[in-house]
Design a protein around this ligand. Structure first.
Ligand code: SF4
Length: 357
C-alpha cells in the first residue's frame, strides 16, 4: 500500500484547535491535563500499541558547507574528524549487517561540495541492490535543495531521480524551527522554512512520503512552536504525505549556541501539544536517542506512539553530547516499550506492520 493512501486521522476544519486556543492550552493546563488529552487521542488511534523499526543509520559524510549554530556534527573538510564514506565503504557498512533483518536504512549527511550528483545516485543504487526489501529513507530537504541549487535541477527532478535509484521516503530533518527571525539566528545559511515545506510538498505530489520535525528547547518560544506545528498541519491538509512528526529536543553539547536544552517536562509537554495540534499526522515519535530512554518511555503516555528503532549507530545527537546508547537491540526496544505499559509493534519505514522472520 502506498503510505499516501493511509486514512487521514483528522479532518480539516473539524473542531480542530487553533492558534489562540493552543496558546491558552499551554498557558493554563497542568502537565497532567495535557498528558490526559494527548493520551486520549493516542489511545483512540492505536490503543496501547507502540511502533518501532529495525533500522540502520548511515551518515555518509559530516563535511558541510553550512555552519548551523546548534550543530555539533558538521566539520570543515580540513578539520580533524572530518570524513566522507566512499561507495565501497557504504557497501561494507550495509554488508556488515546483512545477517540482520533490517527493515529501514536511514541516510543523511552534511552538505559536502565535493560530492557529485552521481555519488548520491550510486549510494542509493548500492543500498537498494544490497537491501531490496528495506525502506530507504534518505536525504533531508536541505540536502535536496543543496543538490538542486548546485546542478540547476528542479526539486522535482532531484526527487524523481532519487526515487528511481531506490529512495522510498524523506526524513524530517532540516525543518528546525520555521520562524525566519530564529532561522537567521540559528542557521542563516540554511534554506528557509518556506522552501523546506515546498520540497516536502513536491515529494508528496510525487508519492514520496516524508517525516517532519521541530528542533525545540533552545531560543524559541511556545508561539514559535505553535506556528511551526500549524504550518505542518496546513501542508498535511493539502497533501496527506507526512507519516510522522518528531519533536527533536535540542542537544546542548559541543556547539556554539550554548543554551541549556529542554528538560523532561518540556519534552513530554511538547509531545502532548504535538499530538493535540497535529490532528492529521498519523504518528508522533518519542525519539529515544535524543530524549533519553526514560523520557521516551514517559512520552508514550503523553501522545507518542512511536519509539523509533535500533538505529546503530546514531552520530548526530551524540556529537552534541547525547548520553544515550548509540543503538539498541530489538529485545531491548521491546522490553522498554513493554515496561512502559505498551504493546510493541514492529513496523517498516511506511509504518506498516512487519512480521518478524
Ligand atoms: S545541521 Fe545540517 S546543514 Fe547545518 S551544519 Fe549541521 S550538517 Fe550542516
Amino acid at each position: 500500500m502506498n503510505s499516501l493512501d493511509q486514512p487521514k486521522i483528522g479532518q480539516p476544519g473539524n473542531e480542530r484547535i487553533n492558534r489562540v486556543q493552543a496558546m491558552e492550552l499551554i498557558k493554563k493546563s497542568t502537565i497532567h491535563d495535557l498528558g490526559q488529552m494527548a493520551n486520549n487521542i493516542r489511545t483512540s488511534l492505536y490503543n496501547n500499541q507502540t511502533f518501532f523499526v529495525y533500522n540502520q543509520h548511515l551518515n555518509f559524510t559530516n563535511v558541510c558547507a553550512n555552519a548551523c549554530r546548534f550543530c555539533a556534527f558538521s566539520k570543515r573538510p580540513e578539520q580533524e574528524g572530518a570524513y566522507t564514506l566512499s561507495i565501497d565503504q557504504i557497501r561494507e557498512a550495509v554488508i556488515s549487517r546483512l545477517d540482520e533483518p533490517v527493515d529501514e536504512i536511514h541516510i543523511v549527511g552534511g552538505l559536502n561540495p565535493e560530492l557529485e550528483y552521481d555519488y548520491y545516485l550510486e549510494l542509493l543504487e548500492t543500498v537498494r541492490g544490497l537491501r531490496p526489501r528495506a525502506g530507504i529513507k534518505a536525504f533531508t530537504a536541505v540536502e535536496i535543495a543543496f543538490l538542486s541549487d548546485k546542478y540547476g535541477f528542479s526539486h522535482e527532478r532531484v526527487l524523481s531521480d532519487f526515487a528511481r535509484a531506490g529512495l522510498d521516503a524523506l526524513p524530517g530533518g532540516g525543518a528546525e524551527v520555521f520562524s525566519p527571525l530564529l532561522r537567521q539566528k540559528l542557521c542563516p545559511e540554511k534554506i528557509s522554512g518556506k522552501r523546506w515545506l515546498e520540497i516536502h510538498q513536491t515529494a508528496h505530489i510525487l508519492s514520496i512520503p516524508t517525516n517532519c520535525t521541530l528542533l525545540f528547547g533552545h531560543i524559541e518560544t511556545w508561539e514559535d512552536r505553535v506556528e511551526h506545528l500549524l504550518a505542518l498541519r496546513e501542508l498535511q491538509d493539502k497533501t496527506g504525505g507526512f507519516l510522522c512528526f518528531i519533536p527533536l529536543p535540542y542537544q546542548p553539547g559541543n556547539n556554539e549556541l550554548g543554551v541549556r536544552g529542554p528538560d523532561g517536562l518540556d519534552f513530554v509537554r511538547m509531545l502532548a501539544m504535538s499530538r493535540i495540534i497535529l490532528d492529521n499526522i498519523p504518528h508522533i515519535k518519542a525519539y529515544w536517542a535524543f530524549s533519553g530512554i526514560k523520557a521516551a518511555q514517559m512520552g508514550l503516555w503523553y501522545g507518542a506512539d512511536d519509539f523509533d528503532g535500533t538505529i546503530v549507530e546514531e552520530k548526530i545527537g551524540h556529537a552534541a553530547g547525547a548520553d544515550t546508547p548509540t543503538g539498541l537491540t530489538i529485545s531491548q526496544l521491546e522490553d522498554y516499550i513493554r515496561s512502559a505499559g505498551f504493546e510493541p509493534i514492529r513496523r517498516n519505514s511506511l509504518f506498516q506492520p512487519v512480521q518478524p522472520l
